[in-house]
Design a protein around this ligand. Sequence first.
Ligand SMILES: [Zn+2]
Length: 375
Amino acid sequence: MLFTKKVRANGSSGEHEGGCDADVRVGEGGLRGSPEYSGVGCRVSGVGCGVSEIYASNITPRPDSRQPTAKSNKEHRMKNASCRAGILVFMIAWTPSLFAWGQTGHQIVATVASRGLSPKVAKEVSVLLNGQTLADVAPLPDQWRKTDTYESGWHYVNIPKSDTAYDPARDCPPQQSEVGNDCAVAAIEHYKTVLADTTQSNATRGQALTFIVHFIGDIHQPLHNANNNDEGGNEVPVTWFGAATHTYSGDSNPVAWNLHAVWDDAIIEQTGMSVDAYATYLLKRPRPANATKGTTVDWTNAAYRLAKTNSYVIPSATPAPLGKKYYARNLPVVNKQLLLAGLRLRSVIESALGGKHQVIHKAQTGVSVPHRLSR
Ligand SMILES: [Zn+2]
């Protein structure tokens, strides 16, 4: 949902080559490991990057799984910022099914945030995102991490269920990357700085904004903050209203239900509401007191406590049968977390882009701003 699969990185990659990949096919094929990867056969040229950087796991497994160095990470990031910005429109225009799983919650959070932005900041957001909306880009980091596997840890915080709160030394270890540490808290703080830095290019800041939209959603999903040696509930088999499996839109292969997926997708999907209708519903609800107060760590700790008081409270049978009772108990929690995430995201964006901050508009300069390192 928000929230997305918390599957740990074990894929290949880390090595990225320059130049354009010719004859890259995207579109109709299954993104989730389907061996038959075919599609509309779009050739993407002239964007300065290979689309296969994003879809490599579906095209050709890369044989080299070495972890990138800090230097190669930064170089790669510079290229990726422009690559990702450049092909964003293409991706959304041609491959709607690619984002059909785990995207709803992220888009609800983004829509809640976008509806209350000041006109000035809303305009700057549009410029940084090449005309796309926050909801358009919200799911993208879950695609990026399929190939840039060192980003996977930025989507969650591994606080042991047996503990009481976030401990940065334990839960956010150092990482050789532009973020510098391997957890969602560090990633959010890093990209807030990048977003507010007017010396950065629009592409780099747009990518930072995309990360922030996604990661603030992630940390409001309780099971993105807690771990019980079960991959945040990914390894806890459950049934959902009697069903042992489900399918994701665009993929006919059945997937077994697990506890994490219930919180990512099932509870939200059970409401039957569209993204826009859900956002409207949430914005009509009473606003939680002090909604935008606190730090990223405070928000993480609050969601972590919900994992213990709600998410992990399930029947002991295997698979645990979850249905009407579990849904009724936890839907209010999901709704509150979605609303809080949206309100907080809006506040973070306003802080980064409001006031004296200015976006350099291409229309003013006539040329793209050169990309720079994020730090
Ligand atoms: Zn995520």
